[in-house]
Design a protein around this ligand. Structure first.
Ligand SMILES: *[C@@H]1O[C@H](CO)[C@@H](O)[C@H](O)[C@H]1NC(C)=O
Ligand SMILES: *[C@@H]1O[C@H](CO)[C@@H](O)[C@H](O)[C@H]1NC(C)=O
Length: 490
């Protein structure tokens, strides 16, 4: 079979509908509003942080583990994840100092110098008598003006996606995206004394709140929509009394599941509060997965099953009540599809969700972009090789062209996030719209799937032992991965 190897930034095939990144809530304004504004200067490497980190960056799970310490991973997922809030009160000065180093009010001065703009990067809001007021502003942010609004109008400064500017947050969120296998966004909220930024509401994401500076008083309420799929305000009279009434101090962490109603204010006697909201698992439910997998699965079944291609009863769409047996017939089709899947006659392929993740996530945290270029010895048949950045690649199986009635050739894509833009992370510039930031990858004939799965496991393999028939194909595969900066000779 002919091997297609193409090192191109291709646009999405079968991409799910264009959607704006809205993590975390409240929903961000239309990024187009900031059009024409220059993008803040390219990332500035701030160098190694002077504050010792209590986080363990060895692996994605050690990072998450150290974030929720002293609680264990297993206990977290059994007791709290998607179930109930978790409040970790630390009273640890070392941790407080580290959290403060992640982002603080005074950082805004330097950031204003870099050219941040209202709406895209910063929103000013204040909740008065249960109503949200947004101080509408446009253009470049002037630090002394910002300070003035903060002190005199008591607005909350909501800073979007600070991982674009702060290396430590880039490193944390990149590891969390590996850990969850899902996009991870963040916002910073800075609220002055005796003020509240947002009214009681709930979000469609799992959130981790890190208290960075000062203190914040939080009230959480029983969800009206458990595991909510949308952001929503909740009127005071519907929320009842709080299930949790707590005050976070620097170094503390609070987790709560999507749907948890919450509101927070900076108490009297605290100069200001700064917290970071890290959020994940937006549209990552079983239902979302079914939506992704089912249409192409059904389409494939229609090609092999004439009963699915048989016409509907006449006037089914227009009659007042469908003929008897309609529901029964639909159920029978669905059962039949499930049976086919179970017997392995047809394989479900997730493409939209996979591509969405790989093309919008953070690139690997590296000190030097040279880490992404091919390096070291070129692989030969007798070499032992392994994948680099194995947490940043995934494999999809897709039709080679537009789906038609004829049997179509399936191909394999190996996609990676090495060329993704840190500056655009979670900013709503979907990779689909901005082709220059589209996910990068390689395309192979379906016969390469077993060999790709071998390599994706992260283990070392002899090129000669890759599961392909011809030696030339084995070598070609190794060379194309090496050229893309994804493979090294051990
Ligand atoms: C960090 O995590 C790794 C892997 O789990 C572990 O081996 C190591 O001991 C941890 N380091 C610290 C300082 O806890
Ligand atoms: C920022 O705003 C202040 C007034 O609040 C003004 O005096 C100053 O010139 C402005 N700075 C810049 C760089 O525009």
């Amino acid at each position: 079979m002919v091997v297609h190897v193409a090192c191109v930034a291709f646009c999405w095939v079968n991409a799910c509908t264009a959607k704006k990144r809205t993590l975390p809530m409240p929903k961000k304004g239309n990024p187009a509003a900031a059009e024409g504004e220059e993008v803040p200067s390219k990332q500035r490497k701030t160098g190694p942080s002077a504050v010792p980190t209590p986080l363990n960056f060895t692996s994605p799970s050690s990072l998450f583990q150290s974030l929720i310490a002293p609680l264990g991973l297993q206990e977290f997922f059994q007791e709290y994840w998607e179930k109930k809030p978790l409040f970790l009160q630390r009273s640890d000065p070392g941790l407080a100092t580290y959290y403060q180093s992640l982002f603080q009010l005074s950082d805004l001065k330097a950031l204003c110098g870099q050219g941040i703009v209202y709406d895209r990067d910063v929103v000013l809001c204040r909740c008065v008598n249960g109503k949200k007021n947004v101080l509408s502003k446009q253009g470049r942010v002037n630090y002394s003006q910002l300070k003035k609004d903060f002190e005199q109008k008591k607005v909350t400064l909501q800073f979007h996606q600070p991982q674009r500017f702060k290396d430590e947050l880039w490193q944390i969120q990149e590891k969390l995206e590996c850990f969850f296998g899902a996009l991870v966004g963040s916002n910073v909220y800075i609220t002055p004394q005796e003020s509240q930024g947002l009214p009681a509401h709930y979000d469609d994401v799992e959130v981790f709140i890190l208290q960075l500076e000062g203190e914040k008083h939080w009230r959480l309420y029983e969800p009206t929509v458990p595991l909510a799929q949308e952001y929503s305000l909740e009127p005071e009279e519907r929320i009842g009394s709080p299930t949790h009434d707590i005050t976070l101090k620097a170094g503390d962490l609070l987790y709560f599941p999507r749907g948890t109603i919450h509101q927070a204010d900076t108490p009297v006697g605290v100069d200001h509060s700064t917290h970071l909201t890290i959020s994940t698992y937006q549209k990552m439910s079983w239902g979302d997965f079914l939506l992704d997998v089912f249409p192409s699965f059904l389409f494939d079944s229609m090609r092999s099953d004439i009963t699915l291609r048989a016409g509907l009863p006449r006037k089914l769409l227009t009659v007042a009540s469908p003929p008897p047996g309609t529901t029964k017939q639909l159920c029978s089709f669905m059962r039949d599809l499930a049976d086919k899947m179970e017997r392995g006659q047809l394989e479900p392929h997730s493409v939209g969700m996979k591509r969405d993740f790989v093309s919008n996530r953070l690139p690997p945290y590296v000190q030097d972009d040279l880490a992404f270029t091919p390096a070291g010895k070129m692989p030969a048949l007798e070499d032992l090789v392994s994948m680099k950045f194995v947490d940043h690649i995934l494999v999809t199986v897709e039709p080679s062209e537009e789906i038609t009635d004829e049997a179509v050739e399936l191909v394999v894509f190996l996609l990676h996030s090495l060329a993704n833009s840190r500056e655009d992370h979670m900013m709503g510039n979907d990779a689909e719209e901005e082709q220059k930031h589209g996910s990068r990858g390689l395309r192979f004939a379906l016969s390469h799937l077993p060999a790709l799965r071998q390599l994706q496991s992260g283990e070392r393999h002899l090129v000669a032992n890759l599961q392909l028939d011809q030696d030339a194909d084995k070598l070609n595969l190794a060379l194309s991965l090496w050229s893309e900066g994804l493979l090294m000779v051990c």
